[in-house]
Write a protein that binds this ligand. Structure first.
Ligand SMILES: [Zn+2]
Length: 449
């Protein structure tokens, strides 16, 4: 395998102060550096460079789907900060997708982890952008109706990078006279339960829950996936066949697998059994964030799991003490995530699932490796407007220094940083006796660490 190095994990001020310098350092250390990297000074140069690379794309010895612009100076990157998933100092500029025409033979329905019915177009295989494509996503019922996509249609599809190919439209002039609009199923094709659409939802969901084989299997697949338990060598196909043969039906069962259960299975030699059992054993200790994410609760992705972990530190504590009000008071946690989590815990079978799992798995308390400062683990609230930095910059800075930034003042607030025109939050802080800092005092702390 070959790769191009382009970043160093963690804060890299000692290693380099700009992206350009970083690339030089990496290159000097013997890493492979992509020679198309370029330092540009204005947007025209960016566009010119984009066009150059786009034109030379067919001659490259590897596939690319676009490029990324990064702010060169690391101190400016830090100043711009990061949204929950994406930095503000970098942006992708994709190349246009490649397109092709083929026959849509059939629309099949996949049932996901949360019961969502996803329509998939089964295609007459065709090459798009150098890859043979035989399936494409159709997203949901509305999408099919809006585009009036039917089985038997000649369709135009596109593929951009490694994204799943998409159907753009059907060629309606090529349609047979007996063609019928597609009728989206109202029962789950896997378990036969009703599939319903809730208000304001584009997705139709199977109501089968734990009796739905598809949902069970998808949850198990999610559980072992890379960002969750990341059990090496335990892929989607193993999950499927282990479940079909009754070896696993809930996450805890994975940790109850034994040599004798696997010995007679086709394709499983002593070595591969050893490897799997070892890989499972290694995950008997797991981080709070991975554990929570692995449960596969709707609206609780990695970002939200991390926010929960940061605030509660121990999973046990989260289970016992969290309430809806407390969860939504965490900056960045929305009502949907809080509702789903509380509802999840109210279900007896979910509690049982976690209990069973905790007999085999130890969840480590959340520890963050951000630098220690006067603000580490302190809860701060910003109010009013600042002169020297925007609210978002101030927030990013505070988080970088280890503080929790909250949107509202309570007895748990450690500092309120009051800019000009501070209103009700300042008043509340005064009433509660919370320490109040002026912008100057805040800058003093923020810049002197
Ligand atoms: Zn179902």
């Amino acid at each position: 395998m070959n790769y191009f190095a382009y970043s160093v994990s963690g804060y890299n001020a000692d290693f380099a102060t700009t992206q350009e310098e970083l690339m030089e350092r990496l290159s000097a250390l013997g890493f492979n550096i992509n020679n198309l990297n370029k330092n540009c000074n204005n947007s025209q140069q960016l566009i010119d460079n984009y066009n150059n690379i786009y034109n030379s794309r067919p001659t490259l010895s590897y596939d690319i789907d676009g490029m990324v612009y990064k702010l060169n100076r690391f101190d400016w990157q830090q100043r711009m900060g990061v949204l929950s998933r994406t930095p503000r100092w970098a942006i992708a500029h994709k190349f246009p997708a490649e397109r092709a025409k083929t026959i849509l033979k059939e629309i099949t329905i996949q049932v996901g982890r949360t019961g969502a019915l996803t329509p998939v177009a089964e295609l007459e295989p065709i090459t798009v952008g150098g890859v043979v494509v035989s399936r494409a996503t159709l997203h949901n019922q509305d999408e099919i109706e809006r585009k009036d996509i039917r089985e038997g249609d000649l369709v135009i599809l596109q593929r951009a990078g490694d994204v799943i190919p998409q159907i753009i439209e059907a060629d309606k002039s090529a349609r047979q006279p007996d063609s019928q609009p597609y009728k989206f199923p109202e029962i789950c094709p896997v378990c036969g339960s009703h599939a319903i659409r809730e208000q304001d939802e584009a997705v139709r969901r199977c109501t089968g829950g734990l009796i739905c084989g598809a949902q069970i299997v998808e949850r198990l697949k999610h559980f072992v996936s890379r960002q969750a338990f990341d059990i090496e060598g335990f892929g989607a196909q193993n999950i499927q066949s282990f479940w079909e043969d009754g070896l696993i039906s809930e996450p805890a069962d994975i940790f109850k697998l034994e040599r004798e259960m696997l010995e007679k299975r086709e394709g499983w030699g002593e070595k591969s059994i050893d490897n799997l059992l070892n890989a499972i054993s290694e995950k008997r200790k797991i981080s709070f964030v991975r554990f929570l994410y692995a449960l596969g609760i709707r609206h609780i992705g990695l970002g939200t799991a991390k926010l929960f972990a940061k605030n509660y530190k121990s999973f046990q504590y989260l289970m016992e003490k969290s309430s809806f009000d407390e969860l939504i008071s965490i900056d960045g946690v929305g009502e949907k995530a809080a509702t789903e989590f509380i509802e999840f815990l109210q279900e007896e079978h979910n509690k049982k699932l976690i209990e069973n799992l905790l007999r085999h798995v130890q969840v480590e308390d959340y520890e963050d490796n951000r630098q220690q400062s006067q603000l580490t683990d302190k809860t701060v609230v910003f109010t009013g407007s600042m002169e020297k930095m925007t609210r978002d910059e101030a927030k990013a800075k505070a988080e970088f220094l280890g503080a929790k930034v909250s949107g509202s003042v309570s007895a748990k607030t450690d500092f309120v940083i009051a800019g000009t025109d501070a209103g009700s939050k300042l008043k509340k802080a005064q009433e509660l006796g919370v320490k109040i800092l002026t912008e100057e005092e805040w800058l003093e702390i923020a810049n002197n660490i």
